[in-house]
Write a protein that binds this ligand. Structure first.
Ligand code: AMP
Length: 218
């Protein structure tokens, strides 16, 4: 029965829509949603030692050290059901760490999905992105605005813009993606686990494609 717990890795540059889709997919299938960026932002908001350590890396658009992130992920992989991993692994070392964490729980990556989208679209998307300070729901002021300005539809929390969504930091994050995360895409492709989706489409359309892939990954 172990093999029936899906472990889906979401790969793609910042702003490609991984977080939105990971949330929809995990709800639909009853899977854990492990989003390392969200977890790190929670640590930051609570000013924990981990948050203090992560802050400067995140503000510069660089990766937080692997051991820190790996420890956080280990605590969130229950192993009771499958999971959607969003923002992890971000480099090859993390991909190896993930394989080890999963095998310790009798699990393995069952599918990796690469969100494909042009860089100029990403810079535009990220500059219009606002997040809820309470529940981390994500909005786009142009394509997916909240019903009331500055207020989260879901929980009533106030919306804010991420400091690392400024154009300069976005460019750094894109560079980090190309240099460190694209090899992870190749890693899963070589193992026959990779599927790609065109991420430059409305949320519902991407979600439908993703569900179809998960239902029939072959
Ligand atoms: P995200 O919300 O996924 O765009 O992540 C925001 C920031 O958190 C990144 O730019 C990194 O600084 C940090 N971060 C998130 N996930 C990871 C990871 N797997 N490894 C290292 N740093 C990460």
């Amino acid at each position: 029965m172990e093999d029936e717990r899906p472990i889906v890795v979401m790969l793609g540059p910042p702003g490609a829509g991984k977080g939105t889709q990971a949330e929809l997919l995990s709800k639909k299938l009853g899977l854990d949603h492990v989003a390392t960026g969200d977890l790190l932002r929670e640590e930051l908001a609570q000013n924990t030692p981990l948050g203090q350590l992560a802050k400067s890396y995140m503000e510069r658009g660089e990766l937080v050290p692997d051991d820190v992130v790996a420890q956080m992920v280990a605590g969130r992989l229950s192993g009771d059901r499958g999971a959607v991993l969003d923002g992890f692994p971000r480099n090859l070392n993390q991909a190896h760490i993930l394989d080890r964490l999963l095998s310790e729980r009798g699990l393995k990556v069952t599918l990796a999905v690469e969100f494909v989208i042009a860089e100029e679209v990403l810079v535009r998307r990220l500059s219009a992105r606002y997040l809820c300070s309470e529940c981390q729901a994500s909005y786009n002021m142009v394509t997916n605005p909240p019903k009331a300005q500055g207020i989260c539809d879901r929980c009533g929390g106030s919306l804010y813009q991420r400091v690392d969504d400024q154009p300069d930091t976005v460019r750094k994050r894109l560079q980090v993606y190309r240099e460190q995360t694209e090899p992870v895409v190749a890693y899963y492709r070589e193992r026959g686990l990779l599927r790609t989706v065109d991420a430059d489409r409305p949320i519902e359309a991407v979600s439908e494609t993703l569900s179809a892939i998960v239902a029939d990954p072959a």
